[in-house]
Every structure is written in C-alpha cells, then in structure tokens.
Design a protein around this ligand. Structure first.
Ligand SMILES: Cc1cc2nc3c(=O)[nH]c(=O)nc-3n(C[C@H](O)[C@H](O)[C@H](O)COP(=O)(O)O)c2cc1C
Length: 204
C-alpha cells in the first residue's frame, strides 16, 4: 500500500473568504478528489511577528517565538508531501503576513540541515499562487518560488504562471484563464507528488 499523501495550503490574505482563499480551495478540491488529504491554514488574519534574526532556531527545529501559528505550521509542513502558498499582492509583493511567515518558517528549516545540507523540506513538492488586481503578481509568484527553490523542493508548473487577476472579493472565478491554470496546476501537483512518492518508496 502506498503512503497516503497530504497537502497543506497557507492563505496569506486577511480575507479568509477572499480571492486567494477561493483559488486555494479550488486547488485543494481537485487534489482531495484524487484521494489526497488536504488542509487550508489561514495565516493572513492572524498576528505573525517578523523574524528577529536571533538564530535560536539553529539546531532547535522551531522558532523561539511560540505564541503564534508559525511553529504549528512548521509541523504541518513536516507532515506534508506538498505545500501551497497563496498570497494577495500588496504593493507589488507578497502580503506582510506571508513575508513574516516565510522568513521565520524558512529560517527554521534552513537552520536545521543534516550533514548533507538537506533540511526537512527536501524533495517535498511546493507551488505558489498570487492574486493581484492589476500589477505585481509575477513578482509575488517569484517571491514564493524563492522559498521553494532554496529548500530543494520540487516546483510543479502549469500552462501559464500561477497569477490571478481580481480586485473585489469573490471575483477570482471570473479570470477564466487563471482558473484553467490553477486547475491544471492542481493536477500537475498531484502527478508530481505521486511520482516522487513512488520513487521514494522504490529507493527506501
Ligand atoms: C494593502 C493593499 C495593497 C495592494 N497592492 C496591490 C498591488 O500592488 N497591485 C495590485 O494589482 N493589487 C493590489 N491590491 C489589491 C489586492 O491584491 C486584490 O484586491 C486581491 O484580489 C486581494 O486578494 P484577497 O481577496 O485574497 O485578499 C492591494 C490591496 C491591499 C489591501
């Protein structure tokens, strides 16, 4: 029996039911239809402090700031095979909460590498979706890919970059090209995760 796969998605918007949430839920619906466990975590509507650069996470696996959602999110990432980041575009970049989140989570993983420099995100599958009104989505998409790309993660892709155009809440669905891109991204993510799992099971 193959291992049951899991995907966790993080929404960097303060709107728990906004456009980013819609896109993430849409992806997770497709992924769970393929028999994969899914979870959506709201990080945009919670207080998340920035990284203090104290480096106390070095060889400790967790952030020293224990009051917010960061450490439990690190555990959720460790338990998952796939990770999705979704952010609205704020002044041409990711939301402040998503940035604080990525800085702290990323530093915790990278400060806890094994002797071969792998950390716990090694060969997990990760992708990002960014939602803007009119500009900055490509930059934000790149920002999220930097997180995956520095942690030896595998990034699935789609027929276009994962950019959505929507301004008013609950209008993302109207961007038909983006919806096609997101649906295909979900399918490709599942394909890659299953291939990675099969390969890992063969080699172990
Ligand atoms: C503080 C702030 C900054 C924003 N900056 C941009 C921007 O630089 N470019 C843009 O196209 N839209 C910008 N927007 C619009 C949001 O990206 C857009 O409304 C998006 O759909 C919000 O997603 P959500 O519903 O998931 O929160 C900004 C919105 C806010 C609140």
């Amino acid at each position: 029996m193959s291992k049951l796969l899991k995907v966790v998605a993080f929404n960097g918007s303060p709107r728990a039911n906004g456009n980013t949430a819609y896109c993430l839920k849409r992806m997770l619906d497709i992924i769970s239809d393929k028999g994969i466990k899914t979870e959506l975590v709201q990080i945009g509507n919670k207080k998340i402090e920035g990284c203090s650069a104290c480096r106390q996470c070095k060889d400790n696996k967790y952030c020293i700031k224990k009051k917010d959602i960061v450490n439990e999110s690190i555990d959720k990432m460790r338990e998952s095979d796939g990770i999705i980041l979704g952010s609205p575009v704020y002044f041409a970049g990711m939301s402040g909460n998503m940035k604080n989140f990525v800085d702290r989570v990323g530093y915790c993983f990278r400060n806890n590498c094994d002797k071969d420099r792998h950390n716990d995100l090694y060969r997990k599958v990760g992708c990002g979706i960014s939602v803007n009104a009119t500009g900055g989505a490509a930059n934000t998409y790149s920002q999220m890919n930097y997180f995956f790309g520095i942690n030896e993660m595998i990034i699935p892709s789609s027929v276009y970059w994962n950019l959505v155009a929507a301004y008013e809440p609950k209008t993302a669905e109207k961007d038909k090209n983006a919806m096609f891109t997101i649906d295909r991204l979900a399918e490709n993510m599942v394909w890659v995760m299953e291939a990675v799992r099969d390969k890992k099971e063969k080699t172990n």
